[in-house]
Design a protein. Sequence first.
Length: 80
Amino acid sequence: MIAKTISSSNMTYIGQEESGVISFKGIPYAKPPVGKRRWKAPEDLDPNQKESKLFHMARLAFNRSMKMNPLHLGISLKTV
């Protein structure tokens, strides 16, 4: 495994390259909808967090029809 990084205006994301594929797994884009945030609009992530290691997908949340995790993304890119 080779670590790969990408940066946005407020965060550095650390993914991995393996077998010609770069993966960033479990990219968070909102705070979890638990407690007082339940059934409300998504809230931004903590601006003080500056780095996120993205080697595994986040735990799944379930709805009636399918498995899903609505607050995390997974991105995979083939290297050239």
